[in-house]
Design a binder for this molecule. Structure first.
Ligand code: IMP
Length: 182
């Protein structure tokens, strides 16, 4: 049912599996002795984070934040708001933020600055997808699954108006899907 709304698959299930495995190996190498807090930015992080942490062969703690910036459309509003904060202090801890996508860079930059301000020893970011062409602020994620051109994508956590997060791959939507709703 969901497949019919997809124009082009950018990251297939097999590709995602390979990416997650590679990122898991890199993170295991870099964090095995650091007992990091892995922070997921809800809700888009869910499939990616859940697969990624099972490829990280070390002790970790999990925590979540809910930051809103998009409010359901396909263009960023530029506003960043904490809807739900972490349930634990990050002071003197190594922190790894798991993101679905970095676009303008505003959301992640704001969260990184906040966690550094709260006294984290280090704050790094792992993102499944990077869209550097969308940047409005200088920011480079530390671990990138795949860089994609500037396009609006859905699936594997990424939504359009809260839908398509459960698609098992990442793809672009047919323009008719969002044009019909205006
Ligand atoms: P940024 O602050 O512009 O980097 O936006 C980051 C957030 O915007 C992500 O966590 C997503 O929730 C959302 N976002 C950015 N690009 C896309 C996209 O192509 N599809 C779905 N959500 C997106």
């Amino acid at each position: 049912m969901l497949d019919k709304d997809i124009e082009k698959v950018l990251l297939s299930q097999d590709t995602i599996r390979d990416i997650v495995k590679r990122l898991g190996q890199e993170l295991t190498r870099d964090y095995h002795d650091k007992f990091p807090i892995v922070i997921g930015l809800l809700k888009g992080c869910i499939p990616f984070m859940s697969d990624l942490i099972r490829e990280m062969d070390m002790h970790i703690e999990l925590s979540f934040m809910n930051i809103s910036s998009y409010f359901g459309g396909i263009e960023s509003t530029g506003d960043v708001k904490i809807e739900m904060d972490l349930g634990m202090p990050v002071k003197n801890r190594h922190v790894l933020i798991a993101e679905d996508i970095v676009d303008t860079g505003r959301t992640i930059k704001a969260v990184v600055e906040l966690l550094k301000y709260r006294g984290a020893l280090s704050v790094k970011v792992v993102t499944l997808v990077d869209k550097p062409a969308g940047r409005v602020t200088e920011y480079q994620p530390d671990y990138v699954g795949q860089t994609i051109p500037k396009a609006f994508v859905v699936g594997y956590g990424l939504d359009y108006e809260e839908k398509y997060r459960n698609l098992p791959y990442v793809g672009t939507l047919k323009p008719s899907v969002y044009m019909n709703e205006e």
